[in-house]
Design a protein around this ligand. Structure first.
Ligand code: C2E
Ligand code: MG
Ligand code: MG
Ligand code: MG
Length: 274
């Protein structure tokens, strides 16, 4: 009896594992064609400044409509794109697309609006990345000062001297460098002084937990290091109010807007904390 049960458990485990592998394999095959089939779309989510009373940045968030119908989340397909190297052409597409959407975003939020783009480590490690990035911006006639590059801590924790030097180069050329999801993963405080970054995005988990001493310590530290701060994942007015009290100035989250196609973004010019 026990043996039989063990075997059936094994079977369940085994099929679900294979199912996942099959899904992944399908993604991998289908992702190869996402660009030529025009299946990618960029949504944008505003980052609102309480100090300036306006939207100061919009973050580009990638969506894949597999076979033009099934929406696959970036958490699912970005890792596949990274493993296969497809993140390189996909990343180039993202950069070109944000350049093309910039005029529309400027009409909505004013000429000073900037766009934040997520950059994966594979892109940053590509020796031609900076050249192509500059090339695309030149072709689309967009200045580097309009672009924030969001890197994650996995990029930033690398000791690779090349990565640090490419971040330095990018910064010298006028890009803003943001450290995304700060406080999750393998973060270390020394990173903040070691890396050439301009900005940290405090991970949503800190906003959800809402521990005032921790949030206060984070902003105090960032200010002491001359780093700008964005709080991620604000979902209600109360979270916003409390973060404003604690000294936070830039906010992103569903409370302000869900990620949306550029043409559908809200104005947000009526907003104020309580
Ligand atoms: P991220 O860069 O940290 O982006 C923020 C994520 O939080 C987005 O998920 C966004 O939809 C979600 N979010 C924003 N506000 C709220 C909120 O108030 N509550 C909750 N629960 N969630 C909120 P999304 O769009 O699914 O993207 C997931 C991740 O995929 C991104 O995290 C980023 O790391 C990656 N990603 C997205 N687009 C790209 C891309 O073009 N290139 C690369 N390399 N990675 C990308
Ligand atoms: Mg991001
Ligand atoms: Mg983030
Ligand atoms: Mg995040």
């Amino acid at each position: 009896y026990a043996k039989g049960q063990g075997r059936s458990r094994y079977h369940i485990f085994d099929t679900s594992l294979r199912y996942e592998q099959i899904v992944r394999f399908h993604h991998e095959l289908a992702l190869n064609h996402c660009l030529e089939r025009d299946e990618l779309q960029l949504l944008y989510q505003p980052i609102y400044s309480t100090e300036k009373n306006r939207v100061v940045i919009v973050e580009a968030l990638l969506r894949w409509y597999k076979d033009h119908q099934q929406l696959v989340s970036p958490a699912e397909f970005i890792p596949v794109a990274e493993e296969t190297g497809l993140i390189i052409p996909i990343g180039d597409w993202v950069i070109r697309q944000v350049c093309r959407d910039l005029p529309l975003l400027q009409r909505k939020y004013g000429n000073r609006i900037r766009i934040a783009v997520n950059i994966s480590r594979i892109q940053l490690d590509d020796p031609d990345f900076i050249y192509r990035l500059n090339q695309i911006l030149a072709e689309e006639q967009v200045d580097a000062s309009y672009i924030d590059l969001e890197i994650t801590e996995s990029v930033a924790t690398s000791n690779a001297v090349e990565e640090q030097s490419s971040l330095l180069k990018l910064r010298d050329q006028g890009y803003t460098i943001s450290l995304d999801d700060f406080g999750t993963g393998y973060s270390s405080l020394s990173m903040l002084t070691r890396l050439p970054i301009d900005k940290i995005k405090i991970d949503r988990s800190f906003v959800t937990q809402m521990n005032p001493p921790v949030l206060k310590a984070l902003i105090t530290m960032a200010e002491a290091l001359n780093l700008q701060v964005v709080a991620e994942g604000i979902e209600d007015q109360e979270q916003w109010d409390r973060l404003v009290e604690l000294g936070y100035k830039e906010f992103q989250g569903y409370w302000f807007s869900y990620p949306m196609p550029a043409c559908n973004l809200p104005d947000l010019d009526h907003l104020s904390p309580a």
